[in-house]
Design a protein. Structure first.
Length: 304
């Protein structure tokens, strides 16, 4: 006779990735955001704010209004873009801020067929040809579930995100518009990505090459003057942002003081960056800035 197993039952098996994402997407589609917030909060990341049925006038964004003006001839009565009418080139200067995402038949895989260059420049990398599952951290599930929910609802959405601390953006608004085929099936999305970068705009007022970097010399932000001065690939490495001072200047970077000391109010100091190739040294004024509770260096490179 076989003995009966009277031990208490174990915990139920964890849901598979598709099941977990579908559950999260169904909650988002029903405007239930608790699990979505927990996904991000569990990783120590500020969760996005999401709203459905967006009123472009209420969004108070000239770029969104311009997007709607251009896309209106491409849309049906519900504001969904018709696949056979979509013309990326018609968006002109907005193209660099657009993503075009293709959905698979099951609305589980979302691939970027277009990833605007202006977005990549701020984000520090491109997702062209890659899927939302390739994002780092909670964004992989969060962005995928968001697109799944938008496909379920078949309407426009607005997501307001606070990017990771190394991205110099105060907030990032994403205006998400479904794209449908002749059968009214959602086959993808066109999204307008609007990074709010007040600090970057301030840097562009500085007439000298100016960069924001970390202790390792990775450039996170560069003004127009820096791009103009360091754009010669024959003599320098990758153009900032997201290159390094060593790449851009051929200079040795050894921060003389911690960035947080400068950011907390210490007086800016003058430094000299020696170049490895014998060109004249770079003279700079070094100060600090706090961004999302992280300290960075600000270098204003002045004439020698």
């Amino acid at each position: 006779m076989t003995a009966l197993d009277c031990s208490p039952p174990g915990p139920p098996p964890a849901p598979s990735v598709p099941d977990r994402l579908m559950e999260l997407a169904n909650q988002l589609a029903a405007s239930q955001f608790a699990a979505f917030r927990e996904l991000y909060a569990g990783a120590g990341v500020c969760p996005p704010l999401l709203s459905w049925a967006v009123d472009p006038e209420a969004a108070r964004s000239p770029d969104i209004l311009e997007f709607d003006r251009i896309s209106e001839p491409m849309c049906d009565a519900r504001g969904r873009i018709l696949h056979d009418r979509f013309d990326l080139a018609a968006f002109g200067d907005l193209t660099g801020l657009l993503t075009v995402v293709r959905a698979d038949a099951d609305h589980m895989v979302f691939t970027y067929d277009h990833y605007g260059g202006d977005i990549a420049a701020v984000w520090g990398r491109t997702m062209q040809g890659r899927s939302t599952a390739e994002f780092q951290g909670p964004m992989a599930d969060g962005v995928t579930a968001l697109y799944m929910a938008a496909a379920l609802r078949g309407e426009r959405a607005l997501s307001v995100n606070r990017p990771p601390g190394q991205v110099f953006v105060r907030d990032w608004r994403v205006y998400i518009v479904p794209m449908i085929d002749d059968d009214q099936t959602v086959v993808g999305f066109v999204s307008l990505n609007l990074p709010e970068t007040p600090f970057a705009r301030g840097l562009d007022l500085v007439p000298w090459p100016t960069v924001v970097c970390d202790a390792e010399g990775t450039v996170h932000l560069a003004n127009r003057a820096a791009h103009a001065a360091w754009a010669d690939p024959a003599h320098r490495g990758p153009l900032p942002p997201w290159g390094t001072l060593a790449d851009a200047l051929g200079a040795v970077w050894e921060p003389p003081v911690p960035a947080d000391a400068l950011a907390e109010g210490a007086q800016a100091i003058a430094i000299r960056l020696e170049r490895r190739d014998g060109r004249p040294a770079v003279h700079a004024t070094l100060s600090g800035v706090m961004h999302h509770e992280r300290a960075f260096y600000v270098l204003i490179c002045t004439p020698g």
